[in-house]
Write a protein that binds this ligand. Structure first.
Ligand SMILES: [Zn+2]
Length: 59
């Protein structure tokens, strides 16, 4: 992982309308997290298109 990469990503969990940060997984290839309310999973691959977008939405 590059040093200048962020360690977390802001995610808007649309399922429950909650904004939360999710962190890089062990492999360092994606941001992974769960909605704190309904535990819906979200995974955002690092390096994929749109990775500069700081906001993603879980459904
Ligand atoms: Zn939810």
């Amino acid at each position: 992982m590059k040093e200048n990469q962020k360690k977390f990503l802001g995610i808007m969990f649309e399922c429950c309308n909650i904004y939360k940060r999710v962190y890089v997984n062990k492999e360092g290839n994606a941001y992974e997290g769960r909605c704190p309310k309904c535990y819906a999973e979200v995974k955002v691959r690092i390096g994929s298109e749109g990775s500069d977008n700081r906001f993603f939405r879980a459904r």
